[in-house]
Write a protein that binds this ligand. Sequence first.
Ligand code: ZN
Ligand code: FE
Length: 272
Amino acid sequence: MDSSTRPVTVIPISAFKDNYLWLLCRGAEAVVVDPGDAVPVERTLADRGLKLRAILLTHHHADHIGGVRALLDTREGQSLPVYGPANEPIDGVTDRLKEGDRIVLDAIGITFDILDIPGHTRGHIAYVAMPDESHPEAPLLLFCGDTLFAAGCGRLFEGTPAQMHDSLAKLAALPPDTRVYCAHEYTLSNLRFARAVEPDSDALERRVADADATRARGEPTLPSTIALERATNPFLRVDQAVVREAAERHAPGAGRTALSTFTALRRWKDSF
Ligand code: ZN
Ligand code: FE
């Protein structure tokens, strides 16, 4: 089969304690998302005989950008494009992106649409792609950094609860079968919190059993899907009465609106 007709594959590269650096490959071409460390990226490229064609960055934190300089230095003279958020100063970025922008990566035959998803950081962006243009019905791929996590969401380091709430709503509106590639393996601890919010949820109970079994095999719990997040992620469920009531029990008055519920849940999770 000609490599150009093959769908893209997405490989998790583990780094640090619980980061995933995502590698998208088609044939012998590869693109890396959020390379916090160059060493495991170089090792994976070498092991699989892949050539790095572009770097995508979601936000400026060191565990997402720390490997960029070394990856570029090893490829001097190759003009490797580095895509990153327009509103965050990141060394090495060649293409500064904001919502509404679209980038075409010919090497892997993928087009990414950019979304602004501030909250975790001020300029955080997400990348949304179709994996295989000859199969338009194939699920979309979402690379969302530290904004939407499996069963949770990122901490608010620079943004407001309202910004994060809006950013998550934007991601939740993607098609239900969209594959969610977030940047950390936080799923089990996020699920413990989700259970505290919705102790009677059958969907959550099934997800915990699945995630426990996956981690027991040493495998990533990712990608998730938007459908699964909508069914079990408390931060996407702040319009649900049962979640509002949980927020209200934790902080009287908090359950009044979706945003006040979100704000209370985020604060509760910070000290959970
Ligand atoms: Zn971060
Ligand atoms: Fe991170």
